[in-house]
Design a binder for this molecule. Sequence first.
Ligand code: HEC
Length: 115
Amino acid sequence: MRAIVVFALFAGTLVSVPAFAQSAEPDVKAGKAVFEKWCKPCHGDGRFRAGTDALRTKYKNEKPAVLEERTDLTAPLVKATVRGGAGLMAPFRKTEITDAELETLAAYLSRTTPR
Ligand code: HEC
């Protein structure tokens, strides 16, 4: 009987802790969708992508030209660039990308950056 109670408590912990952690973190998968809609036309892989071409020139292959392959982008940098623009890249308005969407986008692009 006691074994069953202990197991039930343990199983409850396994289920509830990850569920809580998930709701506290920005949704990286949603951020990928925001990226694909708004950023990929310029920052995707391949030629004739204004962002990828500009970053290839800027970093001369010291860093990946494709944003999704970078491992040094921080969430604050992504947010500041999206709201402030950079060179040819125009700022995005909150009617285009909401603050909530920007949180997920920043989480997506900084997912491989060591904290
Ligand atoms: C119209 C094309 C275009 C779009 C759309 C665009 N960008 Fe850019 N982006 C650029 C260009 C060009 C640069 C390089 C600016 C420079 O430094 O001259 C750039 C630079 C950046 C940088 C700076 C990277 C670095 O290391 O200097 C970040 C971060 C960035 N973009 C994020 C985004 C995100 C996130 C989105 C989508 C919300 C986005 N961009 C959409 C063209 C674009």
